[in-house]
Design a protein around this ligand. Structure first.
Ligand code: UDP
Length: 242
């Protein structure tokens, strides 16, 4: 007989959601409907027995590179970006709890009034107890990205895969919005991503995944049910593996 857990190909996953995705069709900020939609899907997957951790970006609120253009120094600007990810994490936590999930936000920059500090062992314990863990505040260091955070945290918690949720249905050899002949890759190696300079994740994140044999699936998160489909092992999007 099929137990709910056996529907899924992975037992512990890390879902990376960019800040932009949370903005939905808006150019800035948080679209409550999108956040609720993600929360419902994630909660269902957790209820089915999959341990799920999330890393949230901040690009819908603030990106370090924007500050530099405005004349702010890079380090301050990056801290502003990291704080933006915490704002997003709190929004997602709220939506998850409204959906009935148990959650913890863990931040790389201590902010004890609103979230727990990131402690690896505690994160593992939360996951084992069925809590959805949201890693916020990036790595806590300037000059990094939330993609690198996703790679780092996934390796630390022994996640089997990174699910990189995007607004396109995989990785293409050219920009599919500009070039109608662009073709989608079904599978790539980490090295191919680096060599071809494909925009999957930044090079630091990809290198970290490559050195630790961590696969990544890039998929379209706007199709409802896709998060569960990729965790079930359905061939969606592009798989990046060694
Ligand atoms: N950031 C950082 N260190 C980290 C993670 C993020 O300095 O470890 C800053 C960086 O300025 C970045 C911003 O936070 O531009 C928001 O993160 P990111 O651009 O990765 O968000 P996304 O593109 O996923 O929305």
């Amino acid at each position: 007989m099929n137990t709910p857990k056996s529907k899924y190909a992975y037992h512990r996953v890390l879902l990376k959601i960019s800040g932009e995705a949370l903005a939905g069709t808006q150019s800035y900020g948080i679209d409550a409907e999108v956040v609720q939609r993600i929360a419902k899907q994630v909660h269902q997957i957790q209820k089915d027995g999959v341990q799920i951790a999330l890393v949230i970006g901040g690009g819908n609120i603030y990106r370090g590179a924007n500050g530099e253009k405005m004349g702010l120094d890079r380090v301050s600007s990056d801290y502003m970006g990291m704080l933006a990810t915490i704002i997003n994490a709190l929004a997602l936590q709220n939506a998850l709890e409204t959906a009935g999930a148990y959650t913890r936000v863990m931040t790389a920059i201590e902010m004890s009034k609103v979230a727990e500090p990131y402690i690896r062992r505690k994160a593992l314990r939360h996951l084992e107890k069925g809590r959805i863990v949201i890693f916020a505040g990036g790595t806590g260091n300037p000059y990094f990205t939330t993609d690198t955070t996703a790679a780092l945290r996934a390796i630390e918690i022994n996640a089997e895969i990174i699910l990189k949720a995007t607004h396109v249905d995989g990785v293409y050899d050219d920009d599919p919005q500009k070039n109608p002949r662009a073709t989608r890759f079904q599978q790539l190696t980490h090295l191919e991503v680096i060599d071809r300079k494909l925009k999957v994740m930044d090079a630091t994140a990809i290198t970290l995944c490559m050195e630790n044999h961590l696969p990544i699936i890039v998929f379209d998160m706007h199709v409802i049910g896709n998060i569960a489909r990729v965790i079930r092992g359905q061939k969606l999007g592009t798989m990046v593996c060694s």
